[in-house]
Design a binder for this molecule. Structure first.
Ligand SMILES: Nc1ncnc2c1ncn2[C@@H]1O[C@H](COP(=O)(O)OP(=O)(O)OP(=O)(O)O)[C@@H](O)[C@H]1O
Ligand SMILES: [Mg+2]
Length: 421
């Protein structure tokens, strides 16, 4: 196997390390011939600006003038740790780490839209202040290449250099200047396993200069050795009160015309994902804006009267079946012995309301779970619905699986009737 040797831009020490990594770890991910590859001509910059070669701006660094046209998820991204909704325990712990200047390597993981990226960006802002973030933070996410090359070059170079300006910042700004740099590896579950391997030693070796913040959705895609080097925080789906707090603020500031019960279902339907809540709210707000009549002067956005966003608007936007339709389906299935007419009712509803069986299945499962029924029936329903969902996701036909659904629910009802008789 041919190993890559690059000596031109690295110091002797770095050269030695590059070789060590290259020799001890298999290079199958980057077994390219560097002799033929074009050599990079620019110098390595010891700063986060390093990642900016493609004109990318970090999320923390959006231009002020863009604020009006930004999607609400960006416009209302928490600027400070105090603005992050929920996760009080995690925030308190992280704040304590920073106060005592003892930040460990962090690993934040959890489902999308729960505030992981926002928390880390707010943390970086808290440690370095807005002005110094650029020099002290290297932010890499899935939009950057993060194979072994980046670990060896960018991350290693950034972490192996001390901050030469330390102490010279304007202390009147109340920025506590930490003497370490921060490397944020967002969406780290997308990093190649070889790159994760190479990170292990770098993390240990440069702890004096650098802290890593690793963000991921799933920890099982991260190397266990990497996990054990970090303090882990799980970002669970946000509670409804926490989502409501921000949703109410946005409704207020953007003057969204929304009914109270619509807000309730928006908060419930977003299932702990704040990003989803804000996106749906913005889409509904846009659809409630009346169209400009051709030939008439365009109204100032402040004077536009928006239509009321109702429960239906929210369900239509999320493409979730309306609870009334699901109740209708459930009642028919529970009370009609004739399987043909059950099928007819469901198919008609699917056609007229444009419902997908997968969505009906989820909503029906929730409603059936609330019924008081004998255990035997409940088990039959749970098992049957799970089976249909599995077959459907594997490409099973909608028509046949709809029949399967009717069969499953009717079987459960039959069990109940036989037990009662
Ligand atoms: N806890 C929160 N407090 C306030 N706003 C939040 C919170 N969580 C998410 N948001 C909103 O949702 C948007 C997306 O959040 P963020 O990028 O932090 O999610 P994430 O957890 O990194 O998700 P992903 O795993 O998809 O990257 C933010 O811009 C913000 O508007
Ligand atoms: Mg993120």
């Amino acid at each position: 196997m041919r190993t890559t040797r690059r000596t031109t831009r690295l110091s002797d020490q770095d050269h030695y390390n590059t070789q060590t990594i290259g020799d001890t770890m298999s290079d199958y991910e980057d077994d390219i011939d560097m002799e033929d590859a074009p050599r990079a001509t620019s110098e390595v910059l010891f700063s986060a600006a390093n990642t900016d070669s493609k004109g990318k701006r970090s999320a923390a660094n959006l231009p002020v003038e863009a604020e009006d046209t930004l999607p609400w998820v960006e416009k209302y991204r928490p600027a400070s740790l105090a603005d992050v909704s929920g996760h009080q325990d995690i925030l308190a712990t992280i704040n304590k780490f920073v106060d005592t200047n003892r930040l460990p390597h962090l690993l934040l993981y959890g489902p999308p839209g729960t505030g992981k990226t926002s928390t880390v960006l707010a943390l970086a802002r808290r440690i370095y202040g807005n002005r110094n973030m650029r020099q002290m933070v290297l932010e890499l996410n899935a939009s950057d290449d993060r194979g072994i090359d980046v670990v060896r070059e960018q991350i290693k170079t950034f972490s192996s250099t001390k901050q030469i300006f330390a102490g010279s910042f304007d202390k009147t700004q109340n920025d506590s200047i930490a003497n370490f740099k921060l490397i944020i590896l967002d969406e780290a579950d997308a990093m190649t396993s070889v790159a994760q391997m190479a990170l292990r030693r770098i993390m240990e070796k440069y702890t004096a200069n650098t802290r890593f913040c690793i963000i991921a959705n799933y920890t099982h895609k991260l190397s266990p050795a990497l996990l054990s080097r970090c303090t882990r925080f799980r970002f669970s789906p946000l509670k409804e009160v926490d989502i409501r707090r921000l949703v109410d603020k946005v409704i207020d500031e953007e003057r969204v015309n929304i009914a109270a019960d619509a807000t309730d279902s928006l908060v419930t339907l977003s299932k702990g994902d704040m990003r989803r809540a804000l996106n749906v709210l913005q889409a509904c707000h846009a659809s409630s804006t009346p169209l400009n009549i051709p030939g008439q002067p365009v109204q100032d956005s402040k004077d536009v009267r928006h239509d009321l966003i109702t429960l239906e608007t929210i369900y239509d936007c999320i493409a979730a079946p309306h609870p009334a339709d699901i109740s209708n389906i459930m009642q028919t299935l529970l009370t009609t012995a004739n399987v043909g007419s059950c099928l007819n009712t469901i198919n008609t509803l699917k056609r007229t309301k444009g419902l997908a069986l997968a969505d009906i299945l989820t909503a029906l499962g929730e409603q059936l779970a609330e019924l008081e029924v004998p255990t035997q029936t409940r088990v039959a329903w749970l098992e049957g619905l799970a089976e249909i969902e599995y077959r459907l996701s594997g490409g099973g036909s909608e028509t046949i699986q709809t029949g399967g659904l009717v069969g499953v629910v009717r079987n459960g009802v039959g069990m109940m009737e036989r037990a009662g008789a």
